[in-house]
Ligand binder design. Sequence first.
Ligand code: SF4
Length: 371
Amino acid sequence: VCPVAAITELSEIEKVWAALEDNDKHVIVQTAPSVQATLGEEFGMETGTVVTGKMVAALRRMGFDQVFSTDFAADLTIMEEGNEFLKKLNGEGELPHITSCCPGWVKYAEHNFSDLLPHLSSAKSPMQMFSALGKTYYPEQAGIDPEKIYTVAVMPCTAKKFEKDREEINGSDFKDTDAVLTTREFARMIKEMGIDFKDLPDEEYDELMGESTGAGTIFGTTGGVAEAAVRTVKEELTGEALERLNLGFRGVNHAEVKIGDRLIKVAIANGLGNAEKLLERVRAGECDFDFIEVMACPHGCVGGGGQPRPATNEKKDKRAQGLASIDDSSKIRKSHENPQIVKLYKEFLGEPLGGESHHLLHTKYKARPKN
Ligand code: SF4
């Protein structure tokens, strides 16, 4: 069930076809981390097969002007959120730090845990960070009129369609994300085009906002955001690499990480039922976690409502293993080492949590009536 009660999938397929056929529009697309390990199922491939290269090739054949990766923006989220967490560890802000990249969880928190909203990261989700840059940084670098840019996001869930329409989410002078397609909608478009997906060659993302690290990719499963953030924080503070946290895909799990002379306590909640139990304990002062990751869907985005159906726990395990295999084989596994992220800060944003970053990459939340 969709966590924001968008029971039916409001298709944006026709909007995207119309944008692709409009010669006045320059259409760029981003693909969420999890889709790399789930899309193949729609074409009869074994569950968990990594299809990144074929997916990029399909998007080019559909007519997108640039094909980019949300994993790039996940690295950027880690830069912003990791530095925000560092400040909180130094006494500036409220601990535990709670993640906010899942719009299903954020909306649930606004209704049911509004007293804990100051704990949520102000960093936007990777999708929204990407789109804000897609209408500012990208046109500046590419020499294109930003008014012509149309941004499409291929995402694991319908909650992302709600997120893009939040009033306070836009950072550019335009609507940051124009259209969201779920994995199933995207597969339907590939089939409508008559593309033989399995026989496509592997192609690479376009460079400027297509390069990513293993840390960005594991955002697609529960535990991934926590692991990616602690990887960067530990290395920035101590110069030491982090071993895997292995936080698991079910229930509430936790781990302790030694960073210098401090022991950091990390917890993750799989699904809103488990999040509620954990956050009631936080509210009652019964636990002292420093960092809490919440994903509305058990298993995280590999189990999202827009992914191929049916999705058993066994299938979700395999999808998560597919993403872990990308992380394991990545040449760069830490967000702060992504050369395109380094370039972005040097040439456009300045520094993490700086003025331009704050304007484009951060947001706020509001209490909503309890449900
Ligand atoms: Fe969407 Fe579920 Fe991922 Fe949250 S965990 S972003 S609701 S797919």
